[in-house]
Design a protein. Structure first.
Length: 242
């Protein structure tokens, strides 16, 4: 596949998947954000940090309208950037992925990346609504979360490379090795420093909706890129791309 065509389908696939992600988030996550921010506002009023005045609500509504209006655009931008990474990984791993067509191969890779880059880090550091978390720990929390993503991702690549050197059934040892390694990292990484003070039903429902939103992206990118690749890549082509 020509490099120009590769870039086009990767960026378009990421943008479409990001559009789907942003739309899903707007539909199922935003209502929980509104609830959480409502609790946060009440806490501000009770502590005296803010006053419950018409001016406050005008400013608040303007800010939330701006946030919501940018939700889908942000999804497209994020989807394009993550889609670029996904496309590169797919191009280099396509021939090694099991499956009899590009859609299945792409979906399998999307599932692997969803698991290693999102679900495993999420289990350690699950998403919380705005009312949960101290502003003073936001940098620490971001470092912990991104560090876990990096460790999980690089470990997956490392054990994949190891599996290529193993023969037949011995390849299973690489998968077991990743499982043992990431389990050790899971318990070794520090816990989230913030206590959860919001209602647990709100927190749990927010987390579930967040998982569904991100899952919609990975499923979409797998299907869309696979379909583009199957449609536009010459069937006789055996190399990844030129």
């Amino acid at each position: 596949m020509k490099t120009s065509l590769f870039i086009i389908i990767v960026l378009i696939s990421g943008a479409f998947a990001g559009l789907i992600h942003g739309t899903v988030n707007f539909a199922i996550v935003e209502p929980y954000l509104d609830q959480a921010i409502g609790i946060e506002n009440q806490n501000l009023f009770e502590s005296g940090e803010e006053e419950d005045t018409p001016e406050f609500w005008v400013e608040y509504e303007g800010y939330r309208t701006w946030q919501k209006s940018g939700q889908i655009l942000a999804g497209v931008i994020l989807g394009t950037s993550v889609g670029a990474l996904f496309g590169i990984v797919f191009a280099y791993s396509r021939n090694a992925l099991p499956g009899n067509n590009d859609v299945k191969k792409s979906l399998l890779l999307a599932g692997i990346m969803w698991l290693t880059l999102y679900i495993i880090p999420f289990l350690k550091y699950p998403a919380n609504p705005p009312t949960v978390g101290d502003g003073e720990t936001v940098v620490l929390r971001a470092i912990l979360y991104l560090s876990f993503i990096a460790i999980s991702g690089f470990a997956a690549v490392g054990f994949y490379q190891l599996s290529k050197k193993l023969q037949n059934n011995k390849k299973l040892f690489a998968l077991i090795g990743y499982g043992v390694f990431i389990t050790a990292v899971f318990f070794a990484m520090p816990e989230n420093p913030d206590e959860i003070t919001a209602p647990m039903n709100l927190v749990n429902e927010f987390r579930l909706m967040s998982v569904l939103g991100v899952t919609s992206f990975w499923a979409s990118i797998g299907i869309i890129l696979g379909l583009f690749w199957r449609k536009l890549s010459p069937q006789k082509e055996t190399s990844n791309y030129n």
